[in-house]
Design a binder for this molecule. Structure first.
Ligand SMILES: NC(=O)c1ccc[n+]([C@@H]2O[C@H](COP(=O)([O-])OP(=O)(O)OC[C@H]3O[C@@H](n4cnc5c(N)ncnc54)[C@H](OP(=O)(O)O)[C@@H]3O)[C@@H](O)[C@H]2O)c1
Length: 268
C-alpha cells in the first residue's frame, strides 16, 4: 500500500512538472528596478549591463552565445543581480520562450541594443546588392526589436518605469546622411526601426509606456571598426553612462524624436 501511495505521489509530481509553465524566472531583487538588454556580451550592450549593474539594477542580460560571453559572465559572477539569458533577436521562438519564462516579471526598461552593421559591407553597395544580407540586417535591426517589444509589453506595463528603448543611429537620418551611401541596409534599417518604434509609441502611450529612440554616439566598438570609421569616438563606458542618464530622465511626455547620447535631437 505504502509503495502504491509513493508511486502515485511521484506520478502526480511528474505530471505537475509537465503541466506547470516553464516560467519560474525571478529577478534577484524585486525591490530594485529591472532592465532587459539585448546584445549584452560586447560593445555598448556590455557597457550598459555594467552601468546598470553598478547602479543596483536587476539586469537580464541577453546575448546570442552565453557560452562565449566571457566578460559578461565575469560581470555576472561579481554581481548576482545580473542574470544571463540566451537570445538571438532574429529567432521568434527564442523571443517567445524568453517571454514565457519571464511571464509576470516587471521589466522597467526594455533596451533593444543589439544591432548589426551587415558585413561584408560590399554586399550592401550599388552593383552588389544581396537579398539574404538585406533580410538578415532588417531582421536583426527592425523586426527583432519590434517583436521583442511586443512579447514583453505586459512585463513593461507591470513595472514602475515602463520604458522601451530602440537603439538608433545618426545613419538612419535622411537629414544627416548627406552623400553617404556606404551602408544601404544599415541606414535603411535604422530609419525603419525609428518608424517602427514611433508607431509602437503611438500604440502604447495610452498604457503609460514610454517608447524612445536613443543613439549611443560614435563608440569604440567592433561595429565602428567594421564601418572603417577612424575619427574620434567615445569609450563604451562613457556612452553607457550618458545613455543611463537619458533613460532615467525620460518621461511619458517625451516627444518620441530620436535623441543622441549628448542629449541633442537627431533630425528625421
Ligand atoms: N558603435 C557605434 O558607433 C554606434 C553608433 C550608432 C549606433 N550604434 C548602435 O548601437 C548598438 C550597439 O552597437 P555596438 O557598437 O555595441 O555593436 P557591436 O560591438 O558590433 O555589438 C553588437 C551586439 O549586438 C549583438 N547582436 C547582433 N546580432 C544579434 C542577434 N541577431 N541577436 C542578438 N544579438 C545580436 C552582438 O552579438 P554577437 O556578439 O553574438 O554578434 C553584439 O552583442 C547597435 O544597435 C548599433 O546599431 C552603434
Amino acid at each position: 500500500m505504502k509503495t502504491l501511495v509513493c508511486r502515485l505521489a511521484v506520478a502526480v509530481l511528474s505530471l505537475a512538472a509537465v503541466v506547470a509553465p516553464a516560467s519560474a524566472a525571478k529577478v534577484r531583487d524585486p525591490a530594485s528596478p529591472t532592465i532587459l538588454l539585448t546584445g549584452s556580451n560586447r560593445g555598448v550592450g556590455l557597457a550598459l549591463a555594467t552601468e546598470y549593474a553598478a547602479q543596483g539594477w536587476n539586469v537580464i542580460a541577453t546575448c546570442r552565445t552565453p557560452k562565449k560571453a566571457t566578460e559578461l559572465k565575469a560581470l555576472a559572477a561579481e554581481n548576482p543581480k545580473v542574470i544571463i539569458e540566451q537570445l538571438d533577436v532574429t529567432d521568434v521562438r527564442q523571443i517567445e520562450k524568453l517571454a514565457a519564462k519571464y511571464k509576470g516579471v516587471p521589466v522597467d526598461v526594455l533596451f533593444n541594443n543589439a544591432g548589426w552593421l551587415g558585413t561584408p559591407i560590399g554586399k550592401q553597395q550599388l552593383g552588389s546588392f544581396d537579398q539574404a544580407l538585406f533580410n538578415e540586417v532588417m531582421n536583426t535591426n527592425v523586426y527583432g526589436p519590434l517583436k521583442l517589444s511586443e512579447a514583453f509589453v505586459a512585463n513593461v506595463e507591470a513595472s514602475s518605469q515602463k520604458k522601451i528603448i530602440g537603439m538608433t543611429s545618426g545613419l538612419g537620418s535622411l537629414t544627416l546622411m548627406g552623400r553617404m551611401s556606404r551602408f544601404y541596409y544599415y541606414q535603411m534599417s535604422k530609419a525603419a526601426m525609428n518608424m517602427g518604434m514611433r508607431a509602437l509609441r503611438n500604440d502604447l502611450m495610452g498604457r503609460g509606456i514610454t517608447v524612445a529612440l536613443l543613439a549611443p554616439g560614435m563608440v569604440e566598438t567592433d561595429m565602428l571598426e567594421d564601418s572603417g570609421y577612424s575619427g574620434q569616438a567615445l569609450k563604451p563606458a562613457e556612452s553607457a553612462a550618458s545613455l543611463y542618464k537619458l533613460v532615467a530622465e525620460l518621461t511619458p511626455q517625451d516627444k518620441g524624436v530620436p535623441v543622441n547620447v549628448d542629449g541633442k535631437p537627431i533630425p528625421w
